[in-house]
Write a protein that binds this ligand. Structure first.
Ligand code: FES
Ligand SMILES: [Fe+2]
Length: 459
């Protein structure tokens, strides 16, 4: 009671707004619920979002309810938990999920919250367990989450009702996705419908038979949308990413975007496409339908893929994105017949984005931890039989994406700092950032849809 009182007083003393005012600084006090509706209604297409979307705890909570807890979230590659009992913790928006390998190919995901009095159960960020035992009073749970032992608990208590709360899990091409909404409850998008169009684009690399060669974690003091929006444009690349500009032919199109730069990219890419086609390798774009089911309207998930030539100048940089142009790694992935110098640029938004060459994959995971706290984790995969020091070395393998995501973290933090200023107001996107308004439109639609559902449910 005494802890609540100051918060109530602060709320009462805080200026009460009847409509969102862009000249106010909303970080000073909690946002009224009706203001969120005003912000949604006031969304301006082709402009960055209003300030509160980038740091408000209230909007972050709305995002949790309507987006994070209903979307399929990429967590990690299956090779991280190869044996029964191997686990890692996945952290999202204040929640911890134990992702644990069961029998065979089964993977479970449980909230790391004891059903006795709520303690964390697994304390290490990864490890191996026979059972999951709570450190507080030693309740034990089987790998599938069911309660196996609760010392001195009355026989009257139904133990079958005390299993860990579990998430839904799907493994797609070796990539583990979870959904925080339990099976059979709530409106969530159908996983297979979302990812199946992407399968042919990843199948040739057969990511199921890869292993993690390297991981780098970049935790940003930025809202997840600052990181996410940044991923979807290369307008910033010429100033921010010297390595990327050198290594990626498509930067001509996506970062420069002039007529002559686009023609240069397309001319070289067309020649490459002929060669890749002859090898039976995918080329071109995934044209994904934009028809939305109700669940997709609500939770907004999307996939994309494009397979294209990697490098700007084959004399300087070979196809494998290494600093000196060496072929690295050397073991071909999946069914690729030869290293054709191509790559798939793919994503399962909003949490997993990859670049897959014929010999390696770099996957970026963007996960919101808090309103101004975002994980950007890059995981590099190579063939499961590739040997470090012989088939690849980590420095060469990670060179490009390590440099680029490190630079992007700084960009996101600088962007966040400016967006939190009293002087910030939404600015217009350029043609080179045209993917972002599309994403923002979906985001606003999902929030509006979810809030309307909740209002209707409360009637
Ligand atoms: S809180 Fe876990 S056993 Fe008591
Ligand atoms: Fe970038």
């Amino acid at each position: 009671m005494s802890a609540l009182l100051p918060r109530i007083v602060i709320r009462l003393l805080a200026p009460r707004k009847t409509a969102y005012d862009p000249n106010m600084t909303y970080s000073r006090y909690a946002i009224e619920d009706t203001l969120i509706d005003d912000l949604i209604a006031g969304y301006r297409p082709n402009y960055s979002l209003e300030q509160p979307f980038y740091f408000s705890p209230e909007i972050f909570e709305e995002e949790f309810i309507h987006l994070f807890s209903r979307q399929w979230q990429f967590t990690d590659h299956i090779s991280r938990i190869p044996h029964k009992g191997d686990y890692f913790l996945f952290k999202i928006a204040g929640e911890e999920i134990i992702v644990v390998r069961g029998d065979g190919n089964t993977v479970y995901a449980h909230f790391n919250v004891c059903r006795h009095r709520g303690s964390r159960i697994c304390l290490a960020s990864e490890g191996h367990v026979k059972q999951m035992t709570c450190p507080y009073h030693a309740w034990s749970y089987r790998i599938d989450g069911s309660l196996s032992h609760a010392r001195a608990m009355s026989e009257d208590i139904d133990r079958s009702k005390l299993s860990l709360r579990s998430c839904q899990v799907r493994v797609f091409e070796g990539l583990i996705f979870i959904n925080l909404t339990p099976e059979g409850t709530g409106l969530i998008p159908d996983f297979d419908t979302i990812v199946e169009p992407l399968r042919p684009w990843l199948a040739q690399a057969d990511l199921r038979h890869t292993k993690i060669a390297h991981v780098e974690e970049f935790r940003s003091k930025a809202n997840w949308k600052a990181a996410h929006e940044n991923y979807f444009e290369c307008y910033h690349c010429p100033g921010a990413h010297p390595e990327w500009m050198k290594a990626q032919l498509h930067a001509l199109r996506d970062a420069l975007g002039t007529k002559s730069a686009i023609e240069k990219f397309e001319k070289r890419n067309r020649v490459w496409e002929e060669k890749a086609r002859k090898l039976g390798h995918m080329v071109g774009n995934l044209n994904n339908s934009s028809d939305h089911s109700d669940a997709e309207n609500y939770c907004t998930q999307m996939v994309f893929a494009e397979r294209m030539l990697v490098n700007v100048d084959a004399k300087d940089l070979y196809n494998s994105l290494t600093p000196d142009g060496a072929k690295m790694p050397t073991k071909l992935l999946g069914t690729y017949k030869e290293d054709d110098e191509g790559q798939v640029d793919w994503g399962i938004g909003p949490s997993g984005f990859g670049y897959t060459t014929c010999t390696a994959t770099a996957i970026l995971r963007i996960t919101p931890r808090g309103p101004v706290d975002t994980d950007q984790v890059v995981t590099w995969l190579v063939h499961e039989d590739a040997k470090e020091g012989i088939d690849y070395d980590v420095e060469s393998l990670s060179w490009l994406h390590s440099a680029t995501i490190g630079q992007d973290r700084k960009i996101a933090e600088d962007n966040q700092a400016g967006m939190s200023s009293r002087a910030y107001e939404p600015g217009p996107y350029t043609e080179l950032e045209s993917a972002i308004p599309e994403i923002n439109k979906d985001y606003i639609r999902a929030l509006a849809y979810g809030r309307a559902l909740r209002v209707n449910a409360n009637r």
